[in-house]
Design a protein around this ligand. Sequence first.
Ligand code: AP5
Length: 217
Amino acid sequence: MIVVFLGPPGAGKGTQCQRLVERYGVKHLSSGDCLRRERQKNTDLGRRAQGYMDSGQLAPDDLIVAMMTQEIAAADGQAGVVLDGFPRTLAQARELDQALGGGGKKVDVALNLEVADDKLELRITGRRSCPQCGAAYHVAFNPPRKPGVCDRDGAVLVQRSDDTPEVVRNRIRTYHRQTAPLVDYYQRKGNLRRIDGNVEIGSVTQAMFGVLDLLVA
Ligand code: AP5
Protein backbone atom coordinates (compact mmCIF):
# COMPACT_ATOMS: atom_id res chain seq x y z
CA MET A 1 0.00 0.00 0.00
CA ILE A 2 1.42 3.37 -1.00
CA VAL A 3 -0.29 6.33 0.64
CA VAL A 4 0.42 9.99 -0.06
CA PHE A 5 -0.57 12.28 2.80
CA LEU A 6 -1.44 15.78 1.63
CA GLY A 7 -2.40 18.73 3.78
CA PRO A 8 -1.18 22.14 4.87
CA PRO A 9 1.52 22.61 7.51
CA GLY A 10 0.16 21.76 10.95
CA ALA A 11 -2.85 19.88 9.56
CA GLY A 12 -1.93 16.81 11.61
CA LYS A 13 -0.20 14.66 9.00
CA GLY A 14 2.61 13.52 11.30
CA THR A 15 0.19 12.87 14.18
CA GLN A 16 -2.05 10.67 12.03
CA CYS A 17 0.88 8.89 10.37
CA GLN A 18 1.94 7.49 13.75
CA ARG A 19 -1.49 5.88 13.99
CA LEU A 20 -1.26 4.45 10.47
CA VAL A 21 2.03 2.83 11.38
CA GLU A 22 0.48 1.21 14.45
CA ARG A 23 -2.62 -0.10 12.62
CA TYR A 24 -1.24 -1.16 9.23
CA GLY A 25 2.46 -1.72 9.91
CA VAL A 26 3.42 0.67 7.12
CA LYS A 27 6.65 2.65 7.08
CA HIS A 28 6.26 6.38 7.75
CA LEU A 29 8.48 8.43 5.44
CA SER A 30 8.40 12.14 6.25
CA SER A 31 10.41 14.39 3.95
CA GLY A 32 10.58 17.04 6.69
CA ASP A 33 11.96 14.53 9.23
CA CYS A 34 14.50 13.26 6.66
CA LEU A 35 15.69 16.82 6.04
CA ARG A 36 15.93 17.54 9.77
CA ARG A 37 18.07 14.41 10.23
CA GLU A 38 20.34 15.56 7.39
CA ARG A 39 20.67 18.96 9.08
CA GLN A 40 21.50 17.35 12.39
CA LYS A 41 24.24 15.30 10.71
CA ASN A 42 25.41 18.48 8.94
CA THR A 43 25.49 16.76 5.54
CA ASP A 44 25.74 18.64 2.25
CA LEU A 45 22.02 17.97 1.69
CA GLY A 46 21.15 19.27 5.15
CA ARG A 47 23.16 22.45 4.62
CA ARG A 48 21.57 23.02 1.21
CA ALA A 49 18.04 22.63 2.61
CA GLN A 50 18.59 24.75 5.72
CA GLY A 51 17.85 28.22 4.34
CA TYR A 52 14.67 27.08 2.60
CA MET A 53 13.33 25.37 5.71
CA ASP A 54 14.11 28.28 8.03
CA SER A 55 12.27 30.73 5.78
CA GLY A 56 9.26 28.50 5.05
CA GLN A 57 10.08 27.87 1.38
CA LEU A 58 10.37 24.52 -0.36
CA ALA A 59 13.78 22.95 -0.91
CA PRO A 60 14.64 22.31 -4.60
CA ASP A 61 12.78 19.43 -6.26
CA ASP A 62 15.91 17.58 -7.39
CA LEU A 63 17.27 17.33 -3.82
CA ILE A 64 13.97 16.12 -2.44
CA VAL A 65 13.21 13.63 -5.20
CA ALA A 66 16.66 12.03 -4.91
CA MET A 67 16.35 11.76 -1.14
CA MET A 68 12.80 10.40 -1.10
CA THR A 69 13.15 7.89 -3.93
CA GLN A 70 16.10 6.44 -2.01
CA GLU A 71 14.01 6.24 1.16
CA ILE A 72 11.16 4.54 -0.70
CA ALA A 73 13.51 2.01 -2.30
CA ALA A 74 15.01 1.23 1.11
CA ALA A 75 11.50 0.54 2.47
CA ASP A 76 10.81 -2.10 -0.18
CA GLY A 77 9.52 -5.30 1.43
CA GLN A 78 7.56 -3.46 4.14
CA ALA A 79 3.74 -3.67 4.35
CA GLY A 80 3.64 -0.33 2.59
CA VAL A 81 4.69 3.28 2.93
CA VAL A 82 2.94 6.46 3.91
CA LEU A 83 4.54 9.51 2.37
CA ASP A 84 4.18 12.55 4.63
CA GLY A 85 5.10 15.90 3.05
CA PHE A 86 6.17 14.37 -0.26
CA PRO A 87 5.35 15.07 -3.03
CA ARG A 88 4.86 18.78 -2.51
CA THR A 89 4.98 20.14 -6.06
CA LEU A 90 3.59 18.89 -9.36
CA ALA A 91 7.12 18.15 -10.54
CA GLN A 92 7.73 15.97 -7.47
CA ALA A 93 4.41 14.15 -8.01
CA ARG A 94 5.30 13.35 -11.61
CA GLU A 95 8.79 12.15 -10.63
CA LEU A 96 7.28 9.97 -7.92
CA ASP A 97 4.85 8.38 -10.39
CA GLN A 98 7.69 7.70 -12.77
CA ALA A 99 9.92 6.17 -10.10
CA LEU A 100 7.11 3.93 -8.78
CA GLY A 101 6.00 3.00 -12.30
CA GLY A 102 9.51 1.69 -13.05
CA GLY A 103 8.94 -0.95 -10.34
CA GLY A 104 5.36 -1.68 -11.38
CA LYS A 105 3.91 0.28 -8.45
CA LYS A 106 1.68 3.31 -8.03
CA VAL A 107 0.21 5.62 -5.43
CA ASP A 108 -2.85 3.72 -4.14
CA VAL A 109 -4.48 6.62 -2.35
CA ALA A 110 -3.82 10.30 -1.70
CA LEU A 111 -5.39 11.43 1.57
CA ASN A 112 -6.04 15.15 1.70
CA LEU A 113 -6.26 16.33 5.28
CA GLU A 114 -8.33 19.51 5.05
CA VAL A 115 -7.94 22.11 7.80
CA ALA A 116 -8.95 25.78 7.77
CA ASP A 117 -6.00 28.19 7.65
CA ASP A 118 -7.04 29.97 10.85
CA LYS A 119 -6.50 26.78 12.90
CA LEU A 120 -3.02 26.03 11.59
CA GLU A 121 -0.97 28.70 13.33
CA LEU A 122 -2.32 27.77 16.77
CA ARG A 123 -1.65 24.09 16.14
CA ILE A 124 1.90 24.68 14.99
CA THR A 125 3.02 27.23 17.57
CA GLY A 126 1.75 24.92 20.35
CA ARG A 127 3.48 21.85 18.92
CA ARG A 128 6.28 20.16 20.85
CA SER A 129 8.22 17.36 19.16
CA CYS A 130 10.36 14.51 20.38
CA PRO A 131 13.89 14.87 18.98
CA GLN A 132 14.43 11.10 19.32
CA CYS A 133 11.32 9.42 17.90
CA GLY A 134 9.66 12.37 16.12
CA ALA A 135 6.35 12.09 18.03
CA ALA A 136 4.35 15.34 17.92
CA TYR A 137 2.41 16.72 20.89
CA HIS A 138 0.47 19.91 21.48
CA VAL A 139 0.59 21.85 24.73
CA ALA A 140 -3.23 22.12 24.80
CA PHE A 141 -4.75 19.71 22.22
CA ASN A 142 -2.50 16.68 22.69
CA PRO A 143 -0.30 17.11 25.76
CA PRO A 144 2.17 14.44 26.88
CA ARG A 145 1.42 12.68 30.19
CA LYS A 146 4.32 14.55 31.86
CA PRO A 147 4.71 18.14 30.59
CA GLY A 148 7.68 18.57 28.27
CA VAL A 149 8.60 14.86 28.16
CA CYS A 150 7.92 12.28 25.42
CA ASP A 151 5.51 9.52 26.52
CA ARG A 152 7.34 6.95 24.41
CA ASP A 153 11.01 7.41 25.25
CA GLY A 154 11.26 10.05 27.98
CA ALA A 155 13.20 12.52 25.80
CA VAL A 156 12.82 16.24 26.51
CA LEU A 157 10.44 17.73 23.92
CA VAL A 158 11.60 20.59 21.71
CA GLN A 159 10.01 23.27 19.54
CA ARG A 160 10.97 23.21 15.85
CA SER A 161 12.96 26.23 14.69
CA ASP A 162 10.51 26.82 11.80
CA ASP A 163 7.48 26.86 14.09
CA THR A 164 7.53 30.62 14.69
CA PRO A 165 4.43 32.66 13.66
CA GLU A 166 6.25 34.48 10.83
CA VAL A 167 7.71 31.32 9.25
CA VAL A 168 4.42 29.47 9.74
CA ARG A 169 2.57 32.14 7.75
CA ASN A 170 5.12 31.77 4.97
CA ARG A 171 4.79 27.97 5.01
CA ILE A 172 1.02 28.34 4.63
CA ARG A 173 1.46 30.72 1.67
CA THR A 174 3.95 28.32 0.11
CA TYR A 175 1.47 25.47 0.60
CA HIS A 176 -1.32 27.30 -1.25
CA ARG A 177 0.95 28.33 -4.09
CA GLN A 178 2.90 25.13 -4.70
CA THR A 179 1.27 22.16 -2.96
CA ALA A 180 -2.50 22.73 -3.12
CA PRO A 181 -2.51 22.04 -6.92
CA LEU A 182 -1.67 18.41 -6.08
CA VAL A 183 -5.23 17.97 -4.84
CA ASP A 184 -6.46 18.37 -8.44
CA TYR A 185 -3.62 16.19 -9.71
CA TYR A 186 -4.72 13.21 -7.58
CA GLN A 187 -8.41 14.00 -8.07
CA ARG A 188 -7.94 13.62 -11.82
CA LYS A 189 -6.18 10.28 -11.27
CA GLY A 190 -9.21 9.16 -9.25
CA ASN A 191 -7.36 8.26 -6.05
CA LEU A 192 -7.95 11.35 -3.90
CA ARG A 193 -9.83 10.95 -0.61
CA ARG A 194 -10.74 13.99 1.49
CA ILE A 195 -10.54 13.85 5.28
CA ASP A 196 -11.92 16.60 7.52
CA GLY A 197 -8.95 17.55 9.70
CA ASN A 198 -10.75 20.34 11.57
CA VAL A 199 -12.16 17.99 14.19
CA GLU A 200 -10.40 16.44 17.18
CA ILE A 201 -7.52 14.02 16.63
CA GLY A 202 -9.43 10.76 17.38
CA SER A 203 -12.25 11.63 14.97
CA VAL A 204 -9.73 12.36 12.20
CA THR A 205 -8.13 8.97 12.86
CA GLN A 206 -11.46 7.16 12.59
CA ALA A 207 -12.28 8.87 9.27
CA MET A 208 -8.86 7.93 7.93
CA PHE A 209 -9.17 4.29 9.03
CA GLY A 210 -12.60 4.22 7.34
CA VAL A 211 -10.91 4.98 4.02
CA LEU A 212 -7.84 2.77 4.42
CA ASP A 213 -9.60 -0.30 5.87
CA LEU A 214 -11.46 -0.60 2.56
CA LEU A 215 -8.18 -0.47 0.70
CA VAL A 216 -6.49 -3.25 2.66
CA ALA A 217 -9.62 -5.45 2.88
P1 AP5 B 1 7.49 19.35 7.19
O1 AP5 B 1 8.27 18.83 8.33
O2 AP5 B 1 6.88 18.40 6.23
O3 AP5 B 1 6.40 20.34 7.79
P2 AP5 B 1 4.91 20.69 7.33
O4 AP5 B 1 4.35 20.13 6.10
O5 AP5 B 1 4.91 22.15 7.45
O6 AP5 B 1 4.05 19.91 8.30
P3 AP5 B 1 4.16 19.89 9.81
O7 AP5 B 1 5.14 18.85 10.25
O8 AP5 B 1 4.38 21.28 10.35
O9 AP5 B 1 2.64 19.53 10.20
P4 AP5 B 1 1.84 18.18 10.30
O10 AP5 B 1 0.73 18.23 9.31
O11 AP5 B 1 2.72 16.97 10.30
O12 AP5 B 1 1.18 18.40 11.74
P5 AP5 B 1 1.40 17.64 13.13
O13 AP5 B 1 0.83 16.27 13.07
O14 AP5 B 1 2.79 17.80 13.63
O15 AP5 B 1 8.39 20.36 6.30
C1 AP5 B 1 9.25 21.29 6.91
C2 AP5 B 1 10.05 22.01 5.81
O16 AP5 B 1 10.90 21.07 5.11
C3 AP5 B 1 9.23 22.67 4.69
O17 AP5 B 1 8.79 23.97 5.05
C4 AP5 B 1 10.24 22.68 3.53
O18 AP5 B 1 11.18 23.72 3.65
C5 AP5 B 1 10.99 21.35 3.72
N1 AP5 B 1 10.35 20.25 2.96
C6 AP5 B 1 9.75 19.14 3.48
N2 AP5 B 1 9.27 18.36 2.50
C7 AP5 B 1 9.56 18.97 1.33
C8 AP5 B 1 9.29 18.67 -0.04
N3 AP5 B 1 8.61 17.55 -0.39
N4 AP5 B 1 9.73 19.53 -0.99
C9 AP5 B 1 10.43 20.66 -0.66
N5 AP5 B 1 10.70 21.02 0.62
C10 AP5 B 1 10.27 20.18 1.62
O19 AP5 B 1 0.37 18.52 14.01
C11 AP5 B 1 0.65 19.88 14.28
C12 AP5 B 1 0.20 20.20 15.72
O20 AP5 B 1 -1.23 20.14 15.80
C13 AP5 B 1 0.73 19.21 16.77
O21 AP5 B 1 1.02 19.92 17.93
C14 AP5 B 1 -0.46 18.24 16.99
O22 AP5 B 1 -0.47 17.70 18.30
C15 AP5 B 1 -1.66 19.15 16.75
N6 AP5 B 1 -2.79 18.48 16.12
C16 AP5 B 1 -2.75 17.52 15.15
N7 AP5 B 1 -4.01 17.18 14.78
C17 AP5 B 1 -4.85 17.94 15.53
C18 AP5 B 1 -6.27 18.04 15.61
N8 AP5 B 1 -7.09 17.28 14.85
N9 AP5 B 1 -6.80 18.95 16.49
C19 AP5 B 1 -5.99 19.72 17.27
N10 AP5 B 1 -4.63 19.65 17.25
C20 AP5 B 1 -4.08 18.77 16.38
